[in-house]
Ligand binder design. Structure first.
Ligand SMILES: Nc1ncnc2c1ncn2[C@@H]1O[C@H](COP(=O)(O)OP(=O)(O)OP(=O)(O)O)[C@@H](O)[C@H]1O
Ligand SMILES: [Mg+2]
Length: 647
């Protein structure tokens, strides 16, 4: 009979070994025995600190999707059972669509019952029934997704350091973090490229294998009890694949259970696995040691031919036989008794946290075990964002280069237009046209990169957020600060060029203030839209949605009085409307108060644009309200999105 404990019990069990005999009894090398409690962090700088590890077992794991229009439910995973023993590497194999990724996601708590999808399971850690979506359980499982979502302008050393600083206890010393990162880089075989950028579409960086090892390393800093990886060798050459598996064996050798999906391993790689789960049509075709594969298949009339890669053979048996044929041959065993339901409940100690590090030093001083504060999180994120702007020369160069080029173009075409006499209608029209061009250009130039930036950075944010690096607020604050600075620089540079080339009359600082407020408000609306979109290409398609309505409601193509009543309210959501009124007022107010033909023209212009002296403060409030509403909306969207994990 199994003991069912709470998630709290489970969490408190992960700890370094107390005595030497305990350590040796667990089959670990005595030489690798960690130092005794007493230093601030036991093995805080050793990513390969031997640990007890945890055995993961699961039974009755089912997943189905509701059938459409009265059709039967589709069963995707059918009564799966299996285990990921500690100190061993377990491979999940099976034809495409057999359910490998789904199984891994369910075990990691990333896939649960939602909408038409139903998931049921009995998952146990050291024989304690657990809910894998519970934060305390999730913290012990490292998940390395198939796509490497790393910050492209960071180096492997910075990626590891970032993860360590944000996820290890506050009491960890800088010196320990440096030793930890150096050791990890060495063990991962990344020392030679530790200071090369990870790289991205426009930025040359490290190789695919090195990127994958960095992704694994980022998860190893917290010394998880279990490591899950979805296709860690896909897209890699055989040497890189071998390096990854060697690394996983090393991770397992210190006590961690490693579970991963894999396609087409070479026979050498296959024989290095400890444990194998073979899935076919969402069912368990084989579950057991790799050494037992030959006998199992032989007993069922499908012996592995001599000189044949066993992994190719078992896959071809799975693919070339129908489910019925496999059933007749007695595949799909349901032998859950073989699962090692070994460990009994241990005495829980409140002094040991989920990473297995004591909270006491010599029983006297209490060490701060909390992870990085919100201020540290924000500062570290801010530093990384700033470095990204500095290092991503193509993107930053394009942003500022285009600003300079377009503003120069407007400046040269409309040169000295501000000095022309508004008594002539054509001069006045040119002045208005030039001002409209300046602010439209500013709106496009600042909002467009902001719209694309979130969907582009989304995978990195989601990975880091769901693996407990930082809070949504910290991320939001850091992004906001960097955007505010870059937008300010872009505004200053652009306006400096056009303001003086055009010879405008509005107060320079007031002009800058209006333009900056517009840029920040439009950026906020772009980020709001960007937060709701998964893909940068889709964000690109949505671009007109951001700009066309603003231009329609701004009042210079069509007077707001002529807009249909049922849609007139939309002007209040458009910061461009208010910015245009403010900037035209700033430029033509003095002229309208002068005398002669020029004053008449300026007065008419302000009246036609519905700009009233008494409403100036209201335009400011309305523009800044747009900023606040869109920002809060974006924060809300981000929070909702991040709670939905990766998909
Ligand atoms: N959320 C979902 N809703 C509906 N069907 C799903 C969902 N997730 C997975 N499936 C279906 O479940 C089956 C198994 O998918 P899964 O991605 O787990 O396969 P896989 O073995 O990882 O395949 P591959 O080797 O191609 O990565 C597929 O038929 C897939 O379409
Ligand atoms: Mg898959």
């Amino acid at each position: 009979m199994s003991t069912i404990g709470s998630n709290d019990d489970i969490e408190s069990q992960e700890k370094p070994f107390g005595s030497e005999s305990e350590f040796v009894n667990a089959g670990l090398d005595k030489e690798k025995m960690p130092p005794k409690l007493g230093s601030v962090l036991v093995g805080g700088d050793d990513p390969f600190l031997p640990r007890e590890g945890k055995a993961l077992t699961w039974t009755s794991l089912n997943m189905s999707v509701a059938g459409k229009k009265g059709k039967e439910d589709k069963i995707l995973l059918n009564n799966l059972w299996g285990e990921a023993p500690k100190q061993e590497i377990t491979a999940i194999m099976g034809p495409s669509g057999s359910g490998k990724t789904s199984l891994l996601n369910i075990l990691a708590g990333r896939l649960q019952t939602t909408g038409s999808l139903t998931v049921t399971s009995d998952i146990r850690l050291n024989n304690f029934k657990v809910d894998p979506s519970n934060m305390k359980v999730r913290k012990q499982i490292a998940f390395v997704a198939q796509d490497d979502s790393l910050a492209s302008t960071s180096t492997p050393r910075e990626c590891l350091m970032f993860s360590a600083k944000l996820r290890l206890p506050r009491a960890t010393l800088e010196r320990q973090l440096i030793v930890l990162t150096d050791r990890l880089l060495e063990e991962l075989g990344l020392s030679h490229c530790a200071d090369t950028y990870v790289g991205g579409p426009l930025l040359k960086g490290i190789s695919g294998g090195e990127r994958k090892r960095t992704s694994v390393g980022v998860e190893l800093v917290v010394r998880p009890a279990l490591v899950f990886l979805d296709e860690p060798t896909s897209g890699l050459d055989s040497h890189s694949a071998k390096q990854i598996v060697k690394l996983l064996k090393k991770v397992a050798s210190v006590g961690t259970g490693v579970l991963f999906t894999i396609h087409q391993p070479s026979s050498e790689l296959f024989s290095s696995f400890d444990h194998l789960i073979l899935l076919s049509n969402g069912r368990v075709m084989y579950q057991g040691s790799v050494g037992g594969v030959n006998d199992f298949f032989g007993e069922r009339g499908q012996p592995v031919p001599n000189h044949y890669n066993p992994s190719d053979w078992i896959m071809s048996v799975a693919q070339e036989n129908s489910e019925k044929e496999l059933e007749l041959k007695r595949f799909f065993p349901q032998d859950e008794r073989t699962l090692s339901k070994a460990l009994t409940k241990e005495k829980s100690s409140r002094d040991v946290d989920e990473m297995g590090i004591s909270t006491h030093v010599d029983g006297v001083a209490k060490v701060d075990m909390r992870k990085a504060s919100m201020i540290t999180q924000t500062l570290l994120l801010y530093e990384r964002e700033f470095l990204q702007i500095k290092r991503d020369v193509p993107a930053t160069g394009a942003r500022f280069g285009i600003t300079i080029f377009v503003n120069l173009l407007v400046g040269l075409i409309f040169k000295d237009v501000g000095k022309s006499d508004p008594a002539t209608q054509s001069n006045l029209q040119s002045q208005v046209g030039a001002i409209v061009m300046i602010i439209l250009n500013l709106m496009f130039g600042t909002a467009q990169p902001a719209l694309l930036s979130f969907p582009t950075d989304r995978p990195v944010f989601l990975r880091e957020y769901t693996t407990n690096h930082y809070s949504v607020i910290s991320y939001f604050l850091a992004r906001f600060t960097t955007e505010a600075i870059v937008t300010f620089l872009q505004t200053i540079i652009g306006i400096m060029i056009t303001y003086f080339l055009l010879g405008l009359k509005a107060n320079f600082f007031l002009f800058i203030a209006i333009c900056y407020s517009l840029a920040m408000s439009s950026t906020a609306s772009a980020i709001f839209l960007g937060c709701g979109v998964k893909d940068p290409n889709l964000a690109n398609q949505l671009m007109p949605l951001l700009f066309v309505p603003q231009m329609l409601f701004a009042g210079f193509f069509v007077s707001t009085d002529l807009l249909p009543v049922y849609i007139r309210w939309a002007q209040y959501l458009c910061p461009l409307t208010y910015a245009l009124r403010l900037v035209l007022h700033a430029e033509f107010d003095d002229c309208s108060k002068g005398g002669g033909e020029a004053a008449e023209n300026c007065k008419d212009l302000l009246e036609n644009m519905k700009i009233k002296e008494d409403d100036i403060w209201w335009y400011w409030v309305a523009m800044l309200s747009c900023f606040v509403v869109y920002r809060l909306g974006a924060l809300f969207l981000l929070k909702r999105l991040s709670n939905k994990f990766y998909n």
